[in-house]
Structures are given as structure tokens and as C-alpha cells.
Design a protein around this ligand. Structure first.
Ligand code: ADP
Length: 257
């Protein structure tokens, strides 16, 4: 898409000169549309739990609070929806912060870093009887933006747990090529249907909410955050999935950072 400006120069020696300036505004139109879509989607996603909280609170005030069973049931819903709202606002804030976070480069031992995050999810891992293997070499130190790495590992690990079968496996691997290093997170979970794969990095995209193992489910922003963080570090996240056999997410990052 081009925007054109026509500039007439004054008549010199009985000749007209016309200068046409053409600007390629495709990217800026795309960015504006993405921003608008994001705000639309975010408002919609926020409105659902807010409407539900407000509705159940009103029903309680209208008299349902006097029935202990209803009181408990409705308060539980209000709590669940509030937690959803907290998760959603956190993700939306993360999303908008990634691009202006600046270079916060730090030396990080990759294996230890991943181990810490696994530790953080330990109770969920045990509850689901999962086996999590960290096959990253022990003495590997990487210069990374720690905020970005945090988002990548946290979201990929959470998904590998969430969309796994009970008793399944999650494996972290490290690969290196001439110019890139790769962090690979593999799971033996439910996989992603082929026709859905191109959309999963889109903001708010969820394949099918009923596939999620936890009651609360996610926000549909996790993989969009992973992709933004990978791009922020000069790399890219891609997916490789075989429905029924599991999924692998590969985050490819430049070697010299
Ligand atoms: P969500 O909050 O729904 O988990 P994400 O952006 O993290 O949002 O993921 C988008 C969708 O991609 C999810 O709804 C899920 O269907 C699918 N997905 C993500 N990770 C996996 C995985 N490891 N295995 C199977 N499906 C996955």
C-alpha cells in the first residue's frame, strides 16, 4: 500500500516539474490493525469474567447469600473468574511491555535456569504424574535477556504440562548450529491439529478450550508472548507437532547476542 504526495515545483524556464513521493505504508497499516484487533480482543476477553463476577455478586446481594450452598457455589465462581482476570491482565501487561523492555542482557546458566522453573511447577508435575527431563548441558552459560527467557521457559513449560496426558513426559533439549542455538521443549501430550498450527502464535487464539486439563484454562496469550520474546531476542519460535504423539516447540536464537 502506497501513500503518495505530489509536489509541484514553481515554473522555471517555462517547464513544470512534478515530484511524486511514494511511501510504503503497508507495515504501518498492518501495525495499526494489529493494535486495534488487540484492544478489541482484550476488551472482549476482560468483559467475560467481569460480567460473570458482577452477575453472581448481584444474585448474592439479591438474596442468594442466605442459602449457604449457593453462597459457597457463587463465591467459588467469583474467585475463579477473579483469578482468570488477574492472569489475563498480567499477560496483557507482559505483552505490551516486551517491546520496550530494552536490553537487559545477563549471563545465565541455561540448565539451572530451566531447573528452577521446573522446581516452581513441581506440585503440578507431581499431581499429574509427569516426568520432566532437563537434557540441557550443565555448564552452558548464555547471554540473554532474562525477562524474555523467563517468558519463553514459563509459557512453554506450562503448556507442556497443561496439554499433556497424565503420566506423560516433558523434555528440554539444547541444540546448536553454525549461527543459532535452539531451546527445544518436547512433550508427549495431545498434540495440535495440523490445520490449527499456523494460528497458535496469534494473540488470544486457543485451539479448543475443552482440551485444557486445568479447570481455569489459559488466556490464549502464552504463545504470542513466547513469539514476541523470541523476536525481541532476535530469534523465532516454531512448532512441530504430531497429533496424538505430542508437540515440540523450538525457540531459535542467534549465537552471538
Ligand atoms: P492458552 O492460554 O490457551 O494455553 P497459548 O497461547 O499458550 O494459550 O496456546 C494457544 C493454544 O495452542 C492452546 O489453546 C492450545 O490449544 C495449543 N497448545 C499450546 N501448547 C500446546 C502443547 N504443548 N500441546 C498441545 N497444544 C498446545
Amino acid at each position: 500500500v502506497f501513500e503518495t504526495t505530489v509536489v509541484y515545483s514553481p515554473q522555471v524556464h517555462h517547464k513544470f516539474e512534478v515530484i511524486v513521493l511514494m511511501y510504503d505504508v503497508t507495515e504501518s497499516i498492518r501495525m495499526k490493525k494489529m493494535e486495534k484487533d488487540f484492544i478489541n480482543n482484550a476488551s472482549h476477553e476482560l468483559r467475560t469474567p467481569i460480567t460473570s463476577i458482577s452477575g453472581f455478586a448481584e444474585t448474592l446481594l439479591d438474596g442468594a447469600k442466605d442459602d449457604p450452598e449457593k453462597l459457597n457455589q457463587f463465591l467459588t465462581i467469583i474467585k475463579t473468574e477473579s483469578d482468570k482476570l488477574v492472569g489475563l491482565t498480567n499477560d496483557i501487561l507482559t505483552m505490551s511491555k516486551i517491546s520496550d523492555r530494552g536490553e537487559n542482557l545477563k549471563d545465565v546458566n541455561l540448565k539451572d535456569y530451566v531447573d528452577n522453573q521446573i522446581q516452581f511447577m513441581q506440585s503440578e508435575i507431581e499431581r499429574r504424574n509427569l516426568i520432566v527431563e532437563n537434557n540441557i548441558p550443565a555448564d552452558l552459560v548464555k547471554k540473554v535477556n532474562e525477562n524474555d527467557l523467563f517468558q519463553i521457559v514459563k509459557n512453554l513449560l506450562t503448556n507442556a504440562i497443561e496439554y499433556n496426558h497424565d503420566g506423560g513426559q516433558v523434555i528440554f533439549e539444547y541444540r546448536e548450529s553454525k549461527r543459532h542455538w535452539k531451546l527445544i521443549v518436547r512433550d508427549t501430550g495431545i498434540g495440535i491439529p495440523e490445520d490449527q498450527r499456523e494460528f497458535i502464535f496469534d494473540r488470544f487464539y486457543r485451539v479448543d478450550t475443552s482440551r485444557s486439563r486445568t479447570k481455569m484454562g489459559g488466556t490464549g496469550l502464552g504463545l504470542a508472548i513466547v513469539q514476541e520474546a523470541a523476536k525481541h531476542m532476535g530469534g523465532k519460535a516454531i512448532v512441530d507437532s504430531n497429533e496424538d504423539h505430542g508437540t515440540a516447540f523450538i525457540v531459535r536464537l542467534p549465537l552471538e547476542n
